[in-house]
Design a protein around this ligand. Structure first.
Ligand SMILES: Nc1nc(=O)c2c([nH]1)NC[C@@H]1CN(c3ccc(C(=O)N[C@@H](CCC(=O)O)C(=O)O)cc3)C=[N+]21
Ligand SMILES: [Mg+2]
Length: 284
């Protein structure tokens, strides 16, 4: 059997069109949703992501500000910039591209962003809201992964979902979202003993480990839905996921490619969260 390839680019376009209608409705009331992205330093991969975010905003007619600060920006200067944007009525969504340079405390940065503008969903208040089932902003990568499953017609309720990876930005919130949709959820880590025992039992397998091609076809249940969150740049310059696509697609029922899978959805949900934030600020 060969898996159905989940076309993240196509689904992202479809979802963006839905959110454009809501953005246009806000603009008709004189409110243009606005996103500010702060990037500290020169990471080349981050530059690609930030450029994609700004492009997606333009596509939906949103206001966006891209604030590039030098790598030696002090923590105090960054916190001051965040405070300024927290108070700026043109801005409904605000994020600081991670990772930040070592001399800056990442947790302090996440705590400084107004929870009402935290479109990444990384502020502890929003993490707590997700954990208690009162979601305000779901983190964009897990949210996008969930929408990919839903739009592909994969049923979640009652199914065994296995998440490999326990990061705050993907693994943990992904597990919470799946739990919210009544999946039976297992979270594995890089230390899990006999990882394949768990992955082979997964109806839905989400992989976010940052280890290129670590999940191979023999670790996947026949017909499973496989969401590959990994983006690894190989020596030849090509991108690959955390799943070995070639062997996995022979076993899986659905699979996301890298690139063109989760990545475009991450950007889309960021824009969606920004529009939703603007709706909330307008009392909608
Ligand atoms: N505060 C914060 N929020 C984030 O959401 C955040 C972050 N920091 N730091 C870095 C990661 C990574 N990330 C991606 C976004 C888009 C693509 C994307 O568009 N990927 C394309 C291709 C990208 C390429 O060609 O390099 C794809 O998969 O098809 C990938 C990765 C957001 N992140
Ligand atoms: Mg993300």
């Amino acid at each position: 059997m060969t898996a159905r390839i989940i076309d993240g680019k196509a689904i992202a376009q479809e979802v963006r069109a839905e959110w454009k209608i809501r953005a246009d409705a806000l603009k008709a009331r004189g409110i243009t949703p606005g996103l500010a992205v702060i990037i500290v330093g020169e990471d080349p991969a981050s530059k690609v992501y930030v450029a994609n975010k700004v492009k997606a905003c333009a596509e939906l007619g949103l206001h966006s500000e891209h604030i590039a600060l030098p790598a030696d920006t002090s923590e105090a200067a960054l916190l001051a910039k965040i405070a300024e944007l927290n108070a700026d009525p043109k801005i409904h969504g605000l994020l600081v591209q991670l990772p930040v340079p070592k001399h800056i405390d990442g947790d302090k940065v996440l705590n400084a962003i107004s929870p009402d503008k935290d479109v990444d969903g990384f502020h502890p208040i929003n993490v707590g809201a997700l954990a208690t089932g009162n979601m305000r902003f779901a983190p964009c990568t897990p949210y996008g992964s969930l929408v990919l499953l839903q739009k592909s017609g994969v049923s979640i309720e009652g199914k065994h979902a296995v998440v490999v990876g326990r990061s705050n930005i993907v693994g943990k919130p992904m597990a919470l979202l799946l739990l919210q949709h009544n999946a039976t959820v297992t979270i594995c880590t890089s230390k899990t003993v006999d990882l394949a025992k768990y992955t082979r039992d997964a109806d839905i397998l989400v992989v976010a480990t940052g280890r290129p091609k670590m999940i191979t076809g023999d670790m996947i249940k026949l017909g499973a839905a496989v969401i590959d969150v990994g983006i690894n740049r190989m020596a030849d310059g090509k991108l690959c996921g955390d799943v070995d696509f070639e062997s996995a697609k022979e076993v899986a029922g659905w699979i996301t490619p890298v690139p063109g899978g989760v990545g475009p959805m991450t950007i889309t949900m960021l824009v969606a969260n920004t529009v939703q934030s603007a709706e909330r600020s307008a009392g909608i």
